[in-house]
Design a protein around this ligand. Sequence first.
Ligand code: SF4
Ligand code: SF4
Length: 184
Amino acid sequence: MTTARRKKSEPELPFWKTKSLAEMNPQEWESLCDGCGKCCLIGLEDADTGEIYLTDVACKQLDNTTCRCKDYPNRKKIVPDCIRLTAKNVPRYKWIPKTCAYRLISEGRDLFWWHHLVSGDRDTVHQANVSVRGKTRPEGRLKVQGLMKRITKWPAPLEAAPVKRKRVAKKAVSKTTSGKKAKT
Ligand code: SF4
Ligand code: SF4
C-alpha cells in the first residue's frame, strides 16, 4: 500500500499570471501600465504593409521629464483622440508597443524583468531603455512629411538588469608627503 504525500502549499501567483485582462479589477488594471510612454508617441502607419513607425514626437500632454500624462483623469477631455485601452480593444490595436504590459498579457505572455510589478521599482522601466523619458519632443504643427523625418528607431530593452557596481570605499589618506600621520 502506498500513501500519497501531501504537497506543500504553493506560493500564490500574482494577479497578472492568473487573470485575463477582462478579469482584472480597476486597481490591477491601472497598475499594469509600466509608464513607458510609448503609446503617447505619434506613429505613422504604412498604408501598404500596415507597419507602424514610431516617431519621437509625443502627445502634447506627455510630460517629458516624468513620462506621465499631465492630466490623466481628464485626458479624454483635453485630447479627444486619446484612446482608452480596454480588454476588448487591446488585441485589435497593432500600434500598441510590443513591450506594453497590456499587449503582453493579452497575448498570454509574462511581464519582463523591468516591469515594476516584477522588479518592485518604478525606475527599472527607464533603466531598461524601455521608456521614452527625456527623449521626446512635443507635437507641434508637423505634418506627415515632417513626422516622417522624426521616425525613430527606439532601442531594444535590456535583457537583464544592469549589474550594480559596488562602491569601493576609499581609505582616507592624510595629506602628508612624508608618510607620517598628520597631527590633529
Ligand atoms: S505602452 Fe502600455 S505600458 Fe507603456 S505607457 Fe502605454 S499603456 Fe502603459
Ligand atoms: S492625453 Fe495623456 S494618455 Fe492620452 S496620449 Fe496624450 S499623454 Fe498619452
